[in-house]
Design a protein around this ligand. Sequence first.
Ligand code: SF4
Length: 373
Amino acid sequence: MEVDTVLVKVASRCNINCSYCYVYNMGDDGWKDMPALMSQETIEALSSALKTLCSDQSTPFATVLHGGEPLMMGARRLAYLLSKLRGVLPLTHPLCIQTNGTLITDEILDTCAAHHVAISISIDGPKPVNDKFRIGHKGESTFEKLVAGIDRLRNHPKATQLYSGLLAVIDPLSDPAEVYWFLKKLGAPSVDFLHRDGNHSNLPFGKESFESVEYGTWLSELFDTYLSDTSPIKIRFLDDLMKISMGGRGVKEGIGQKSYGILIVETDGALTKNDTLKSSFDGADKFETHWNVRNDQLSKIVKTEEFSKYHRLQVPSAIQCKTCPQLASCGGGMPLHRWHDKNGYDNPSVYCNDQKYLIQKINTRLKEEGVIS
Ligand code: SF4
């Protein structure tokens, strides 16, 4: 077992308040007890832990700064953090920031460029789509500030190195072609699309039932638009599904059967599970053992039985998945989407029928194109 990604919560607060956010709007108030920003002592402990991990494992891992909103650190504290991290992480180890884009300044971009940091920005689509859920604390629009941040990034002299892509949460009620062409106009090299959080006891937004296929239909229409574009932006979700259908492997969590070693570091240095699990039940993202980067070696944590148990959660246990002809492509979906209050994670994904619909669509198209038989 090796670590693929260390996701670091450098800020536990956010300057905006997306209504679908699993951190702040799904009933878990744990963030209130956390330091608002990662302290200098914790940053030092983190960089020391990452340095040791670099020497303990041969495979490079990515470090992703997350939040809350990571740019709430401000330019000076961020510069200190990045210099510490890049000081121990060779360039073979990607260092990335996932941000809502509204606090981007030239000073922050210069610092990121100096430390070879890639920036991904969250935006869901054109203004009416984005501002439906990605809103400020008073319900105000975030769109103009967000697009201004993207423009600043695109106009930076090191934009090619800095701009890694966009992250969009799917609104199944939006027009996928309109969303695609809008995001393409923002000049992103790639776009990751995320399904909404939700499970069998709390259906995702826009999904009428387990049997319904709103997300499968939306993604199939996106797929048609994607293939109609002669110079498309990368969409890893669709690329992975096509690659797997053609006998290759995916690279994205939640697609295919590859499992990923992901560790989350909270602002106080505590190690937790993938925090999207918070949407299943209160405390679902906590390990029983209270590990912390100040005291514990990351490569030892991932070798414990407790971490293995968490890691095995990525392998679907439901009989429907084990016998499913689409298992190689679908992988059973993300654990948070399998949750049911009655029987835990022992279910197919709540997006099961959407996945079947989309995979069928992709396979049919690849056959028509003569790519697969
Ligand atoms: S979630 Fe559904 S489509 Fe995916 S592997 Fe399980 S049964 Fe198959």
